[in-house]
Design a protein around this ligand. Structure first.
Ligand code: ADP
Ligand code: NI
Length: 214
């Protein structure tokens, strides 16, 4: 493995996400990288694998890059061109596949490294930043913030979750509030508990204002 590959991966994702504003910008990847690194240190996971997988976890996202998603071509090309061995490439690609939230079809990654990256990606979807990302996503996809007659849909499969166009408030019940219990590592559970309480307070305030309760 080349010594400066992490710096090169950082530069690669910075350029890749330069014009991305839908909630998957460069800073999302940077936060996932930093959080995954901290969790990996606490849990004793392989740092290089965690760092490369977290930096590359969104470069073939189906919403951003549908043409490369199937074979994770962007991630593979980056790793191959930096002389990473084939076993390590398979491990990293497996982690990238397993990371994303897919309703009832979400998976627990087999490796500790995968669990660290998944936790870091999910931590970025909750708390103050998670709330901001959800509303940014809703605006980007022309969704209402809230509709009192639309109830959240629970227990969706991967396909139902992907095609369902929910209000942003419903997204809290369909994904964000489910994430704390799904954390893999104890390091992430601790952070998630704090962020969950913050989201519950936020929702209570939102509903009070919506209902005109001053
Ligand atoms: P990731 O791949 O980072 O796990 P997604 O691609 O599912 O997350 O979504 C990116 C961001 O947009 C996340 O913060 C997520 O919670 C938010 N998001 C996804 N779907 C919705 C939705 N229907 N309404 C509001 N926010 C959403
Ligand atoms: Ni992500």
């Amino acid at each position: 493995m080349q010594p400066n590959i992490i710096e090169q991966a950082l530069a690669y994702v910075k350029a890749k996400f330069e014009n991305e504003y839908s909630g998957h910008d460069y800073f999302h990847t940077l936060r996932v990288f930093k959080t995954a690194t901290a969790i990996a240190k606490e849990e004793g996971a392989n740092l290089k694998i965690v760092q490369l997988a977290s930096l590359l976890h969104d470069v073939d996202d189906v919403k951003l890059s549908p043409e490369t998603n199937e074979n994770l071509l962007n991630a593979r090309r980056f790793l191959e061109s930096h002389s990473i061995d084939t076993d390590t490439i398979s491990t990293i690609c497996r982690i990238i596949r397993d990371v994303s939230f897919a309703g009832c079809d979400s998976v627990v990654p087999e490796t500790l490294e995968g669990q660290c990256v998944q936790d870091a990606d999910r931590l970025d979807a909750i708390g103050a930043i998670g709330i901001a990302r959800a509303f940014a996503y809703g605006g980007n996809h022309n969704r209402l913030m809230h509709h009192p007659d639309e109830k959240p849909r629970l227990n969706m499969t991967k396909d139902e979750y992907r095609s369902h166009k929910s209000t942003t408030i419903n997204h809290f019940y369909e994904k964000l509030l489910l994430l704390p219990a799904l954390m893999n590592t104890s390091a992430a559970h601790k952070i998630a508990a704090h962020r969950e309480a913050f989201m519950q307070n936020y929702l209570a305030e939102f509903m009070n204002e919506w209902d005109g309760l001053l």
